[in-house]
Structure formats: structure tokens, C-alpha cells
Design a protein around this ligand. Structure first.
Ligand SMILES: *Cc1c(COP(=O)(O)O)cnc(C)c1O
Length: 414
């Protein structure tokens, strides 16, 4: 087989074994899960494991109140309830955000108010938040996505000026440094996810944390209905403890990997970019923070990059992702823009959301497990990208011939 030929055209993949799996195995995990077997905590409602996790999270974020939950989505819902959001209220969020956040707002009978993103790093454009404010707005959701960091000091000032609280979503950025603070602590309330793909995982799980006693009290009132209705189990708590302890070191390793990859990507795509046909770019704002200085430090869950096909003959973003996937590299389309997948009856929009529209079809994300690999794992990624770009037209023709549509928007609007 020709190793130069893309796997999608019948060649051999760059990484025949496929992307590295997640979660990782570690002796510390085996040992703590054994401990839950030995002491029976795996089958109890309450025990020490969740308490230990709670204390770890409280210490990491310097907060008094931590509520462990069954998912990040439940954590977001509880956070909104904690802030007092109710039916008929409005909640500001980015038009390019995790879909569950939009759905959580709807679940409370509240109305999402969508704000556009920055063109350079697809995070909430805080300069447009003031225009979204109004008497019904009861909260602002800010999510750190794809390794980018929301401009929290500015957002905090705007929110304080308007008397509106912030929900800071750190599900993709646990323990990121955000302008001198830990991600989640600029918000009145912060949330984490421990879902199966996340950087710290128990398959399912989440957490909501706050310094505000009133917010914590409202959450507890909602959660404790004779029982905990959004619980995390002892087994989940146990699995999360060692991972939380490893997290700073793992985050650092991923950051080093990203720093290593950035110039490699630039090299792999440079000749093609010069032709202005297919540009895959790692925006400079993606990882603007030097490793050991500055007051922010990114965390990489799904590392984002822009892919723009400027030529009708070019491969679309989705086609490109499928072809790179076939090489055994977990490069996938980014999130769907929220206004593209929901009926306009369901939200209020500020401005034309043009950058979120561009992001809807123009962002790729690299899934994190490979970032903990060694240099040879990392080196395969630019090789795969270059291979696909070199054969872009042939691959495009193949898709055309098959008549297979893989474009965003085919799923329809709800
Ligand atoms: C994963 C995620 C969540 C919630 O996730 P669950 O899968 O429900 O745990 C919320 N916000 C963002 C930005 C996420 O990436």
C-alpha cells in the first residue's frame, strides 16, 4: 500500500491503531477503586470519597461551597437556579457554545440571548454584552472553549455595572489560569464536567461551586428533595480524586504539546496557504500565553483551530475532518452555532452573529488524549494534515462522486 495515499482513498493510515483511548489507566486509579471495594463505599449512598473530592475542589478554587452532580449539564442547570433564574427571565450566552447550556436555559423556561464571538479565538465577545443587557437579563454564561479564555476582567466589570451575575463554565478548562484566577472563580458560580471525554472523568459527573452562600443555599434547596436528585456516586468520586491530583501536571504536559505542535502545523500547511486555497490556521490568540509567565494559562480539552476552504474546489471543513479521522487522528468539526440549530422563536439575538456563523462551519478541534502522547504521537498529526491537504482535490472529487453530504445544517433546526 502507498503510505503517501490518504487512508480515505485506500492508502494506509498514519496512525493505524487510531487515536489514543480515554480514560487513561493509572495505578492510582486501580488502587482507589479497589479501596472502594474493600470498604464497601462503592455501594453506599454516602461516604468519604465524595467528601474528599469536594474538599479538593473547594481548595483548588478557594471556595466554600461545592455541590457534586451527576453531569456538567445538571451543574449548569443548578447554577442557573442558584442565581435565581426563572421562567420568563433572559440569560446571555455566546452564540457559539455548548448546546446543553442553551438547553438548560430553556429548561428553566428562560430565554437565551445570543451574543457573537470574537473573530480571533471564538470566545464570547464581551464588548457586545452591554448591547444584550436589558431588564429581563438575570445571568450571563461565559464558557472557556477550545483552549481560548474569555476576557473575564472586562466581563466582570460589565456584569457588576449592570448588577447581573456570571456563570463561568470551566467544563473544558479545569484549573486554567484566567487573568490571575482559577477558571470558574471570576463567576458568581462556576461549573465543571466529569463526562467521559473530559480531562477529568468518571464517565459522568459534574460540580458546581460558589463563594456565595445564597447561591449555594438555593442549589441545595433544589437538589435535596428528601434525597439528592442530581447525585454523584461514591464510585465516581473515588475515580475522580487521583485524576484531580494529576490534573496540574497533565495540563502542563498538554500545554507543552500544543506549544510543540503550533509551529509544526504552520510548516505543514505553509505551502498550501501560500496558494490561498486551503488554510488551516492556528490563530495566534489560541495560545497567547507563554508557559511560565503572564497571568493566564490555557487548558486544552478540544484544541480549536480555524479551517477555511476559500475555493469551491476545496475540501469543506467536514470533509477534511473525515479524511484526517481516517488517518487515525481525532480531529473533528467544532460546535454548531446555537442560532443555526434552533428556531429563531427560541432565542433573542444581538447583532447578526456573523462570527458565530463563520465558526459553525470553520472550526476544527483536536481531541486531547493524543496531547499526553510522546513526540512521535504528536509528529503524526501534522503529517496526517499535510497528507490530506496535498490530496484535497482528489478527496473532494471522491465525496462528490459518492454524493455523500457531510455538511453542517443537514440535521435541521429544532
Ligand atoms: C461538556 C460540557 C458541559 C457539560 O457536560 P456534561 O456532558 O453534561 O457533563 C458544559 N459546558 C461545556 C462547555 C462542556 O464542554
Amino acid at each position: 500500500m502507498n503510505s503517501e495515499l490518504p487512508a480515505i482513498l485506500g492508502g494506509s493510515p498514519v496512525r493505524p491503531s487510531g487515536p489514543p483511548t480515554w480514560p487513561p489507566t493509572d495505578p492510582a486509579l486501580t488502587s482507589i477503586l479497589r479501596e472502594t471495594l474493600r470498604d464497601g463505599s462503592w455501594g453506599r449512598y454516602h461516604g468519604e470519597q465524595c467528601q474528599r473530592l469536594q474538599s479538593l475542589l473547594a481548595a483548588s478554587h478557594q471556595v466554600e461551597h461545592v455541590v457534586l452532580t451527576c453531569s456538567g449539564t445538571a451543574a449548569v442547570e443548578l447554577a442557573l437556579r442558584g442565581l435565581g433564574v426563572a421562567a420568563g427571565d433572559e440569560v446571555i450566552l455566546s452564540a457559539y457554545d455548548f448546546k446543553g447550556n442553551f438547553q438548560d436555559v430553556l429548561a428553566l423556561g428562560a430565554i437565551p440571548v445570543l451574543v457573537d464571538i470574537r473573530p480571533d479565538d471564538w470566545s464570547l465577545d464581551v464588548s457586545q454584552v452591554a448591547a444584550a443587557l436589558g431588564p429581563k437579563v438575570k445571568a450571563i454564561i461565559a464558557s472557556h472553549l477550545h483552549g481560548a479564555i474569555v476576557e473575564m476582567p472586562t466581563l466582570r466589570a460589565i456584569a457588576d455595572g449592570a448588577g447581573v451575575p456570571i456563570l463561568e463554565d470551566a467544563c473544558q478548562a479545569p484549573l486554567a489560569r484566567v487573568h490571575g484566577r482559577t477558571a470558574g472563580t471570576w463567576g458568581d458560580v462556576g461549573v465543571l464536567s466529569f463526562g467521559g471525554s473530559k480531562l477529568v472523568t468518571a464517565g459522568r459527573g459534574g460540580a458546581v461551586f460558589t463563594r456565595r452562600a445564597d447561591v449555594a443555599q438555593r442549589i441545595r434547596l433544589h437538589v435535596l428533595r428528601g434525597n439528592d436528585v442530581y447525585p454523584m456516586s461514591e464510585l465516581q468520586g473515588a475515580a475522580l480524586i487521583p485524576q484531580w491530583e494529576f490534573l496540574p501536571e497533565w495540563n502542563q504536559r498538554r500545554l507543552v504539546a500544543v506549544e510543540w505542535l503550533r509551529p509544526e502545523f504552520a510548516k505543514a500547511t505553509a505551502p498550501l496557504r501560500a496558494e490561498a486555497r486551503h488554510a488551516i490556521e492556528v490563530t495566534k490568540e489560541l495560545n497567547p500565553f507563554p508557559l511560565a509567565s503572564g497571568d493566564s494559562r490555557s487548558v486544552f480539552y478540544k484544541w480549536g483551530m480555524r479551517y477555511e476552504s476559500q475555493d469551491a474546489d476545496g475540501l469543506t471543513r467536514n470533509q477534511f475532518a473525515i479524511a484526517v479521522r481516517a488517518e487515525g487522528i481525532a480531529l473533528d468539526p467544532g460546535l454548531r452555532a446555537l442560532h443555526k440549530i434552533h428556531s429563531a422563536r427560541r432565542f433573542r439575538a444581538v447583532g447578526n452573529l456573523s462570527e458565530a456563523t463563520r465558526a459553525d462551519t470553520g472550526i476544527l478541534t483536536l481531541h486531547h488524549p493524543v496531547l499526553l502522547g510522546d513526540e512521535s504521537d504528536l509528529a503524526q498529526i501534522p503529517v496526517a494534515i499535510k497528507k490530506i491537504l496535498m490530496h484535497a482535490e482528489v478527496i473532494r472529487d471522491r465525496f462528490l462522486k459518492e454524493g455523500r453530504s457531510v455538511e453542517a445544517g443537514d440535521e435541521g433546526v429544532v
